[in-house]
Design a protein around this ligand. Structure first.
Ligand SMILES: N[C@@H](CCC(=O)N[C@@H](CS)C(=O)NCC(=O)O)C(=O)O
Length: 226
């Protein structure tokens, strides 16, 4: 049975997994949580967050856990560098995005700030810009201090760090008007990746549930997790 990936086109954590699957050339079935509906999805994945992976009817969530599973199960095209320290650096780079950036920029956080803590829209905007800025500054510094100026984050081929970076940059540019000028190394890697087939295949417009446009969901209404 092919793997099943529960995601939606705009789900940046899911985009990481889609890039990994494409780089490793692993076939999978894409299941749109948008089409399925959240109630049904929560019965499959009690966390209610995307993505989740179904392996022969056994399901688990969290993009990093899924990426580790793929790395262990499909080792032929590794995503992590061979050198143990570089592996640590690539993992730390990815985790900075998942834990220090993505975890606090998702709509459920902004909705809580707005709806329950009464932070106004200007405050929410500042929150978003501040954490993008802090995050990208840190990542740019990591890239500047690498032992070699590879074309991708930690090597001559895109891997673990790049597949975390690209969805976060895409989201920053297309949804939050983040100016990438202060981050030339990040912007360069993003430009090299975004034209590669695996990154194109994983991108939001290529997903079956993409509807041609994207309107940022309201933080004033709704309690969806997004
Ligand atoms: N730590 C989780 C975060 C996943 C997450 O927050 N995903 C968001 C969108 S990127 C989500 O699924 N929101 C639920 C919804 O859309 O209702 C992971 O890396 O998988």
């Amino acid at each position: 049975m092919p793997l099943k990936l529960y995601s939606n086109f705009v789900n940046s954590a899911g985009e990481r997994v889609r890039i990994a699957l494409a780089l490793k050339n692993v076939p999978y079935e894409y299941i749109s949580v948008r089409a399925l509906g959240m109630e049904a999805y929560r019965r499959i994945n009690p966390q209610g967050l995307m993505p989740a992976l179904d392996v022969d009817g056994r399901v688990f969530a969290q993009a990093t856990a899924i990426l580790e599973y793929l790395e262990e199960t499909y080792p032929e095209r590794p995503l992590l560098p061979k050198d143990p320290v570089l592996r640590g650096q690539a993992r730390a780079f990815g985790q900075h995005i998942t834990s220090e950036m993505h975890a606090i920029d998702v709509i459920r956080i902004r909705r809580f700030l707005y709806q329950h803590l009464k932070v106004d829209l200007d405050g929410i905007d500042r929150w978003q810009r501040h954490w993008f800025d802090v995050g990208f500054n840190t990542l740019e510094q990591h890239l500047r201090e690498r032992e070699q100026a590879w074309p991708f984050c930690y090597g001559d081929e895109p891997g673990w760090a790049d597949l975390h970076l690209v969805p976060q940059v895409r989201k920053g540019i297309s949804r939050f008007n983040v100016d990438m000028t202060p981050f030339p190394l990040i912007a360069g890697i993003f430009d090299r990746c975004k034209v590669m087939p695996a990154f194109i295949a994983a991108s939001p417009p290529q997903q079956p549930d993409y509807q041609g446009t994207w309107t940022e969901p309201s933080i004033e209404q709704g309690d969806g997790l997004v």
